[in-house]
Design a protein around this ligand. Structure first.
Ligand code: HEC
Length: 175
């Protein structure tokens, strides 16, 4: 009898640990998804400003703020990929298991995105149009390359979400 109760207590503790891990994983997944949405929201309004430079409501001050926040969001989301959140097999995330197989490459693409966001902020500060174009192209390239390698996209999501992944946010990129 005693033996069984020990076993069931252990089992319950185990279950509990697992469920709190699961809860943590879900929280971290939700957090990185909404941060990514926040990045996209800013890129989406910043890109036409950089491409056409003639939006009246959206001026250079907001553009600088957006570039800065993209940089901050990228750096904050870097730590939101713990092993426990490798749950694409359960359909809880679109992040592919490749992230945990190739962490160096994943980080490298993160660094590229971050340094492009930094360049973007600088070029906006200096009002350097050519550097803005280049930084926006590089940033888009980093988003697009990472999504192509590490984010699974269901066909049903493709049509309305494609622009966020493609990485082609302005037209005159050289690659
Ligand atoms: C180093 C890799 C990497 C970089 C760089 C990156 N992303 Fe992502 N992004 C991901 C992964 C992985 C997911 C899937 C996250 C998940 O489902 O848990 C994702 C998800 C998203 C989502 C969907 C979030 C949701 O609601 O499911 C959007 C939008 C997005 N990214 C936009 C961007 C934009 C815009 C950039 C560039 C400025 C960018 N990302 C840069 C890896 C990256």
């Amino acid at each position: 009898m005693f033996k069984y109760s020990i076993i069931s207590v252990l089992f319950l503790i185990c279950l509990n640990l697992n469920s709190s891990d699961f809860k943590k994983a879900n929280e971290v997944i939700e957090l990185r998804k909404s941060a990514m949405q926040g990045i996209w929201m800013r890129v989406k309004r910043l890109a036409p400003f950089i491409e056409f430079n003639e939006d009246i409501e959206y001026g250079p001050e907001i553009a600088k703020q957006d570039a800065k926040e993209i940089k901050i969001l990228l750096s904050k989301t870097k730590s939101l990929w713990p092993d426990i959140s490798n749950l694409s097999s359960k359909n809880l995330t679109n992040a592919t298991p490749a992230i945990w197989v190739l962490p160096e490459y994943f980080e490298k693409l993160y660094d590229q995105a971050e340094s492009s966001a930094m360049m973007l902020e600088e070029s906006l500060d200096k009002d350097n149009l050519e550097a803005m174009d280049l930084a926006m192209c590089n940033l888009g390239n980093a988003c697009g390359t990472c999504h192509a390698a590490f984010r699974r996209l269901l066909t049903s999501q493709l049509a309305n979400e494609a622009s966020a992944w493609s990485g082609r946010y302005i037209k005159n990129c050289k690659y």
